[in-house]
Write a protein that binds this ligand. Sequence first.
Ligand code: ADP
Ligand code: MG
Length: 254
Amino acid sequence: GAKDDAILVVDGMRRVFGGLTAVDVDHLEVSRGKITALIGPNGAGKSTLFNLITGFDRPDSGTTVFDGRTLGRTRTHKIARLGLVRSFQLTRALSRLTVLENMLLAGQDQRGENILLGLLTFPWQAQEAELTERADALLQRFKLDHMRDQRAGTLSGGQRKLLDMARALMSDPKLVCLDEPMAGVNPALTQSLLGHVQALRDEGKTVIFVEHDIDVVMEISDWVVVMASGRVVAEGTPQTISRDHRVIEAYLGE
Ligand code: ADP
Ligand code: MG
């Protein structure tokens, strides 16, 4: 059924790679201002779905309506400007740049400007001040300010996760898709990252996050969507979903 206030509505979303149907989602709604967990075994299509809704990949069919607007073939940077972004893990190339440069690039990128040109030319100066201010505020919030001028490659695994999240927030999104924001970090940092996700909700943002640890999902999610073989096989509150046989099958079938 339709949710009272869905910020995102996906219909008939299909993506085929060769002979493999990676995503085949009939209908999905994400409630505004809530934390939705997207769970399911490896290869279920979670990351591909994130790519499709944020414009990094094109569906073979289907529509995305974000905040009342049909995205159609809207480009990634424009989607970001509308307030819908996804996180990315630090790449090797980005690890050679400083933490601050990573933040600035994330901000630039979302504006759809040529990254290299942006770094090399004059208009950079005016917007740099504004972007730098925003970057510094976020670095402080994520306790990375002391690493500001270090190469991102020198960050610990946990600090990289914090940077991934901070970068996604450079455009002040309404909806942020976090792909495994806590994967591979120690329990203490998991709690800290969970706190950051909850803080996003507290300030009115909508979060969708992919997570494998069911305890983490139970702790902070308002709603859980279960994917398997590209499809949404179940959804519900954490309490009901934890008892759903389709969820257990989806994981045992991995
Ligand atoms: P998840 O994030 O749930 O682990 P993915 O969305 O990464 O799953 O992948 C879903 C399926 O699509 C997998 O079988 C994967 O191998 C395949 N896939 C994803 N991206 C591509 C691609 N660019 N080319 C070919 N196959 C892909
Ligand atoms: Mg994935």
